[in-house]
Design a protein around this ligand. Structure first.
Ligand code: C2O
Ligand code: CU
Ligand code: CU
Length: 423
């Protein structure tokens, strides 16, 4: 769904119902009856109006993961819930200088977020860049790949999430099991991938190919990174260029991911790519030019830090941050508007935890105290067991209250979440 004349108005109906998913009609939690929900396409500077109709039997709300917008009022306000049966009108004013890229929306009601997301409630939002609007792109074709990992019992009912589901064999791409993707030899595609699963880490590999990552978490890279494996924690996004010169059939894998404490997910095929010699694209053999899709890095490493904090994710005494379970009415970190902050996120547990902060993307500077040279910003970062990650961010443009948390949603539902307030 595209914006028109600077404005996009959509209605999202949240509903538990049967949907066509994983090749059959099954129980699902949906936006507008589909798994995943609709893809919205807008431009920086646009106004996005979303009417959320809650037909679920429990409260829900809408979080626009990756938007740099106000966290207050009827913008990205996750501190409010929309009761069952109610309707709420959100309004998001996308700043003119917002990063272009892939973001997503999902429910964020405390305590029930995992159940709703597990049922399928997720959709993508694309902000187009200046170059894309002019039609200058390195890619012949864009694809959005929404990765999910729900599981049903033999009666077709959704299972209730538990740690045992790490053994789930279900991996969906756009609601499908092992879909076929046809690539034209010699052409470059851009895949925009979101990990919309509740708790799975996707280490993506396309057999016989290298992937060129050009963005993470809705933020363009300053240089392309060519790699065999692109890693996506829950909540993370990647934009990659894929080019095939050799005809053949290639599997897109989610490689085994180590969650810590002996939990290793299986190697699963997500999709099968066919490179078909007979196919010739409308664009012909366009040259491989990622440059229009990149953006210079605003490097925070060279700027003075106003404040340093350490945030510890722990599993002693439940799922906690700094020893405390989430409390809606408590402010854990008070931040000054425009402050450049350096946060060190410590994982004091035996399991892996992806740390996410709302509204303000960050630049990762160190892993376990060792400097790293990241080509862009992100909003979700994997913190390995007994490890730490340090990042810098500027809390700019918006005052108000929002959340940081582990993006394994059952963990945040159980309390691994905190409140920050920008004043
Ligand atoms: Cu996907 Cu609180 O976020
Ligand atoms: Cu978020
Ligand atoms: Cu966690």
């Amino acid at each position: 769904i595209y914006s028109h004349r600077g404005r996009l108005a959509v209605t999202l109906v949240a509903e538990e119902r049967e949907a066509f998913v994983a090749g059959a009609r099954r129980a699902a939690a949906t936006y507008n009856g589909g798994v995943p929900g609709p893809t919205l396409i807008a431009d920086p500077g646009d106004r996005l109006d979303v009417r959320l109709v809650n037909r679920l039997s429990r409260p829900t709300n809408l979080h626009t993961h990756g938007f740099h917008v106000s966290p207050g009022g009827n913008s990205d306000n996750v501190m409010l819930d929309v009761p069952a049966g109610a309707t709420f009108d959100y309004r998001f004013d996308i700043p003119r200088d917002h990063a272009p890229g892939l973001n997503w929306y999902h429910p964020h009601p405390h305590g029930d977020g995992a159940r709703q997301l597990f049922g399928g409630m997720a959709g993508t939002v694309i902000f187009r860049s200046e170059a894309e609007r002019r039609g200058a792109s390195a890619a012949v074709r864009d694809r959005v790949l929404v990765l999910q990992a729900p599981e049903w019992d033999t009666a077709g009912q959704l299972k209730v999430w538990s740690a045992g589901l790490l053994a789930s064999q279900v991996r969906l791409v756009n609601g499908q099991l092992n879909p076929h993707i046809a690539l034209r030899p010699g052409e470059t595609e851009r895949w925009r991938i979101v990990n919309a699963s509740v708790s799975d880490f996707f280490d993506l590999r396309l057999d016989g190919h290298q992937l060129t990552q050009i963005a993470a978490d809705g933020n363009p890279y300053s240089r392309p990174v060519t790699t065999d494996v692109v890693s996506l924690p829950p909540g993370g996004r990647a934009e990659v260029l894929v080019r095939s010169d050799t005809p053949g059939t290639f599997a897109l894998h989610a490689l085994p991911a180590d969650h810590g404490a002996g939990f290793v997910s299986p190697d699963l095929v997500l999709a099968t790519v066919h490179v078909e010699p007979g196919l010739r694209g409308v664009g012909g053999r366009r040259p491989f030019r990622p440059e229009p899709l990149l953006a210079p890095l605003c490097d925070l490493r060279t700027r003075p830090v106003d404040k340093r904090r350490t945030i510890t994710m722990s599993m002693t005494g439940g799922f906690t941050i700094d020893g405390k379970k989430f409390d809606h009415d408590r402010v854990d970190q008070v931040v000054e508007l425009n402050a450049l902050e350096e946060w060190t996120i410590v994982n004091d547990s035996v399991l892996i935890h992806p740390f996410h902060i709302h509204i303000n993307p960050f630049q990762v500077t160190h892993i376990d105290g060792v400097p790293v040279d990241e080509p862009g910003y992100r909003d979700t970062v994997t913190v390995r067991p007994r490890s730490s990650v340090t990042f810098r961010t500027v809390f700019e443009d918006f005052t108000g209250t929002s959340l940081f948390h582990c993006h394994i949603v059952p963990h945040s539902d159980l309390g691994m979440m905190g409140v920050f307030q920008v004043v």
